[in-house]
Design a protein around this ligand. Structure first.
Ligand SMILES: NC(=O)c1ccc[n+]([C@@H]2O[C@H](COP(=O)([O-])OP(=O)(O)OC[C@H]3O[C@@H](n4cnc5c(N)ncnc54)[C@H](OP(=O)(O)O)[C@@H]3O)[C@@H](O)[C@H]2O)c1
Length: 362
């Protein structure tokens, strides 16, 4: 019988997927396997405020937990939350060995593996792609302390996102729009300002090229004080759009984090995007660049207060892809540093570009 951790971590991932898709906590699964290779307990985390996956599996196994190996998708926590540290629960139940896939990135919960090892319990970290994918968005948000924000722009070559009459449909090709719809289904929320809601009456749903909705839909969010008219597409659907009457990007992100949102697609327009940019709440840009010119109309950003080229806000070009007749650029804001590191010119020229997180992980 194969004892590869993958076999049991696969099962743990299957259980984790039973947890809620949008929650403040990550989806976690655990299976307890005895020395004969029999699974004697399974568990998943059902969301914030409910027992962790390890505790559910231990409860299911009862006394049979003693001497088992626990396979967990995320490092057992080491903090006293509502349910107590899972590392201690595994130890007290007599679990003989722990295999986990993803180290806990949070300051308050990390250390479970080290604590178990200090008690003499063999602990092993085993890479597992699906387990990693399961928590990628949550982990990114946990490190940032807020949801990860991707700003999506559909722009002409001269940086226009709408014509002088306010129309913006369509600047980019159907291929680019389908690509963006696939992206929508990978994030937890889409945000627009009331300006876009009123100008475009967008549905903000994730759809296939034939117009049917994709299985996974993001939370739709409109930011600003004005109401939108009854009967607009934002009021339709199973879950009407959430209206946040504020101009403060941090208030928006805090409210969404409480709703279990870990990743956000900021879809405009220039006013709202400029506000997020100004406070450093843009983590990534996706620009669909059409080979087209408008000459006048709304620029992708409002006045950023930059008056000289020396102060240009520069971005790192992480990826370029052709999507139909358009280009898709993935860009990362340059970290703002008061004192840029003094590196020799030759070293700068040969420095490899660090790998950027993939949106598909969501
Ligand atoms: N091509 C593209 O990628 C793209 C994407 C989106 C939109 N657009 C186009 O952009 C145009 C709309 O632009 P827009 O800038 O008006 O849209 P917007 O940024 O979506 O909405 C602006 C409105 O949001 C509210 N708001 C929220 N936070 C704010 C803040 N921090 N500061 C100021 N206001 C804030 C204000 O309305 P309240 O008074 O209600 O508070 C403001 O008027 C349309 O023509 C649309 O078609 C293009």
């Amino acid at each position: 019988m194969s004892t590869s951790p993958d076999r049991y971590l696969d099962q743990a991932v299957d259980h984790a997927l039973r947890g809620p898709d949008r929650d403040r906590n990550p989806r976690v699964g655990c299976v307890l396997v005895d020395t004969a290779g029999t699974v004697v307990g399974r568990g998943h985390h059902g969301g914030a405020g409910t027992p962790h996956a390890e505790v559910v599996a231990l409860t299911a196994a009862g006394p049979r937990a003693r001497g088992t190996t626990a396979y967990v998708t995320l490092e057992p926590c080491n903090h006293h939350g509502r349910t107590g540290p899972c590392a201690a629960a595994l130890h007290e139940a007599g679990v003989a060995r722990v295999v986990y896939a993803v180290p806990d990135p949070t300051e308050h919960a990390t250390g479970g593996a080290a604590w178990l090892a200090a008690q003499g319990v063999p602990v092993e970290q085993h890479d597992h792609a699906q387990a990693q994918a399961l928590v990628a968005a949550w982990a990114r948000a946990a490190v940032l302390g807020r949801p990860h924000v991707t700003w999506k722009i559909a722009s002409t070559l001269d940086g226009r996102v709408a014509a002088a009459d306010g129309s913006s449909r369509w600047i980019t090709s159907p291929e680019a729009r389908h690509d963006a719809h696939a992206l929508r289904s990978c994030v937890d929320a889409i945000i627009v300002g009331t300006g876009t809601a009123l100008a475009d009456d967008p549905a903000l749903t994730a759809r296939t090229p034939d117009g049917s909705t994709l299985p996974r839909q993001p939370l739709r969010v409109v930011v600003g004080h004005r109401d939108w008219p009854g009967g607009s597409r934002l009021s339709e659907g199973q879950e009407p759009a959430l209206h946040l009457r504020t101009h403060d990007p941090f208030e928006v992100l805090d409210a969404l984090a409480l709703l279990g949102v870990h990743s956000v697609l900021l879809e405009g327009g220039p006013t709202l995007a400029g506000a997020f940019w100004a406070v450093g709440c843009i983590d990534e840009l996706l620009v669909y660049l059409a080979p087209a010119l408008l000459g006048t109309g709304r620029s992708a950003v409002p006045d950023l207060g930059i008056t000289t080229v020396a102060d240009t806000a520069r971005l790192e070009l992480a990826d370029v892809d052709r999507v139909g007749p358009d280009l898709r650029l993935r860009l990362l804001p340059q970290p703002v540093t008061d004192h840029p590191p003094a590196a020799p010119a030759a070293a700068l020229a040969t420095e490899p570009t660090p790998p950027a997180p993939s949106l598909q992980e969501d």
